[in-house]
Design a protein around this ligand. Structure first.
Ligand SMILES: [Zn+2]
Ligand SMILES: [Zn+2]
Length: 148
């Protein structure tokens, strides 16, 4: 963020609330949280988020339902999202940190944040009514090599 840019009280309050969150929030949810802190209209919440985003303080990702979810820039989280049940699982590390460093040090682009998300099926959705593990490979021995 440019040192000469100062946040308004509303922008500051929105940022403070986002920094306390463990997972990304929709603007609506943020708006509801702000009511106890520093009440402001939903349009003001959106405007504050836009300013914060342009200043590299807030990032957002879009959920499967098309809803924008906002989080502090310091939460570098990556997700595995199941297309069937819609659950998102957090990846335990950032696989592109080095790449971001390289782009940053090249000097030709100021990186604020990156997003990376994998889509597919989670284990229960990929194997509905899955048999217990002990029965999974029961047929292995009867499969002869020549049958392929
Ligand atoms: Zn699933
Ligand atoms: Zn990352």
């Amino acid at each position: 963020m440019h040192p000469d840019r100062r946040l308004t009280r509303n922008q500051d309050a929105v940022l403070a609330v986002l920094q306390e969150q463990r997972s990304p929030l929709s603007a609506q949810a943020l708006y509801r949280l702000m009511r106890d802190r520093q009440p402001m209209g939903l349009a003001t919440v959106y405007r504050a988020l836009d300013v914060l985003k342009l200043n590299g303080l807030v990032q957002h990702r879009v959920s499967l339902e098309g809803e924008s979810l906002y989080s502090s820039i310091h939460q570098d989280l990556h997700y595995l999202t199941c297309l069937h049940c819609g659950q998102s699982f957090v990846l335990d590390h950032c696989p592109v940190e080095r790449l971001e460093d390289q782009i940053q040090t090249s000097g030709s682009f100021k990186v604020y944040y990156h997003t990376l998300e994998f889509f597919g099926l989670c284990e229960p959705c990929a194997h509905p009514a899955a048999p217990t593990p002990s029965t999974v490979h029961v047929d292995d021995e009867s499969t002869a090599d020549g049958e392929v």
